[in-house]
Design a binder for this molecule. Structure first.
Ligand code: PEP
Ligand code: MN
Length: 352
């Protein structure tokens, strides 16, 4: 499998549920520009008593489905036994899931089971935002002699509520690209977004960031899916997403260099900064409501002086120009006052 192809598309259900489902899926996906058919047969579920996959028998369905459309098939392996079973059934590509990448013992066990076999392996980022752990897993698999390796970016778990199921933290895959420029990165917008509506925008972003492909969970009947129902698209929806994506032209691609990677990183950081501002202003609104309720003044000089003092000190501590921080704080403070004045006026008007 050539992961370095300009853009690779992996599609298929979260889980192989039956032979019929797999064959039907293949039949429709075979008519689309899909390069690899995916399906999980062992599903690592967060809570017990959830559907944990159909296990080894499902490997046959997956392989048969792939053969029916002449496409390679991929499944997730989480231990040596899975590797053994998958190889026995002629699975073409393996991937290591996010919950396995976190554990070097498991990754090493998989790497040991792969010694002497040259099969393409895709390694999902760990659930926690730890770039070294991701790189470590890639190294363990590479040291086992696997030469065809891709990384899959599927976002990171956070306790705080975010827009998506898993926070993409784009700067992490960008850093991976800077540190390991030869490892292609495939984006999994299904597990990042957690909902079908988010897939297009996440997929487009990954293309804009020069990632090398997409893995999109596709189910012939998502409403009835036994796992990840909300994020699986139908083959028709997949087709629509692919048509709407804007792939860059190849001359633009050729300027992909370190400068671009750095700019991409800046873009990702700017987006994060704006999200932080948004969160900060939401708190400012809450405080505005509180001040209104308790008849406090908007401008509280002591607090403002303390903010200026602490932030300029923090800036100096990390080598950031304190003057810059002061100017930035003034802009933020003005905006905060505006927000709170609006809250106060709105309430007062309401009382009239
Ligand atoms: C999957 O691809 O179905 C899966 C379980 O993904 P992840 O390891 O990213 O949670
Ligand atoms: Mn899934």
């Amino acid at each position: 499998m050539d992961f370095n192809k300009q853009s690779i598309l992996i599609a298929g259900p979260c889980s192989a549920e039956s032979e019929e489902q797999m064959l039907q899926t293949a039949q429709v996906l075979g008519k689309q520009p899909v390069d690899i058919l995916r399906a999980g047969v062992w599903k690592p579920r967060t809570r017990p008593n959830s559907f944990e996959g159909m296990g080894t028998p499902a490997l046959k369905w997956l392989k048969k489905a792939g053969e029916s459309i002449n496409k390679p098939v991929a499944t997730e392996v989480a231990n040596a036994k899975h590797v053994e079973e998958a190889l026995k059934h002629g699975i073409d590509i393996l991937w290591i899931g996010a919950r396995t990448t976190v554990n070097p013992f498991y990754v090493q066990e998989i790497a040991d089971a792969l010694k002497g076999v040259n099969i393409p392996v895709m390694i999902k980022n760990p659930v926690n935002p730890d770039l070294s752990l991701w790189i470590g897993a890639i190294e363990r698999i590479a040291h086992a002699g696997i030469s065809n390796i891709a990384a899959i970016h599927r976002g990171f778990s956070t306790y705080k509520k975010t827009q998506y199921r898993n926070d993409p933290m784009w700067q992490i895959p960008i850093d991976l690209k800077i540190q390991l420029p030869d490892i292609p990165i495939i984006c999994d917008p299904s597990h990042i977004g957690g909902k079908c509506e988010a897939i297009l925008e996440i997929a487009q972003k990954s293309i804009d960031l020069e990632m090398n492909g997409l893995m999109i969970e596709t189910h012939i009947n998502p409403d009835e899916a036994l796992s990840d129902a909300q994020q699986q698209v139908t083959p028709a929806q997949l087709q629509k997403i692919i048509e709407q994506l804007n792939f860059r032209k190849s001359d633009e691609q050729s300027i992909a260099n370190e400068l671009n990677s750095l700019r991409n990183k800046i873009d990702a950081l700017d987006e994060d900064i704006l999200h932080f501002f948004k969160q900060r202003f939401e708190l400012v609104e809450k405080i505005g409501e509180y001040k209104k309720e308790h008849q406090l003044t908007i401008l509280q000089l002591k607090r403002w002086e303390k903010i200026l003092k602490t932030r300029t000190q923090w800036s100096e501590n990390i080598g950031l120009n304190a003057d810059f921080t002061k100017k930035l704080l003034e802009i933020i403070h003005n905006e905060s006052i505006k927000i709170q004045t609006n809250i106060l006026n709105k309430n007062e008007q309401g009382n009239k």
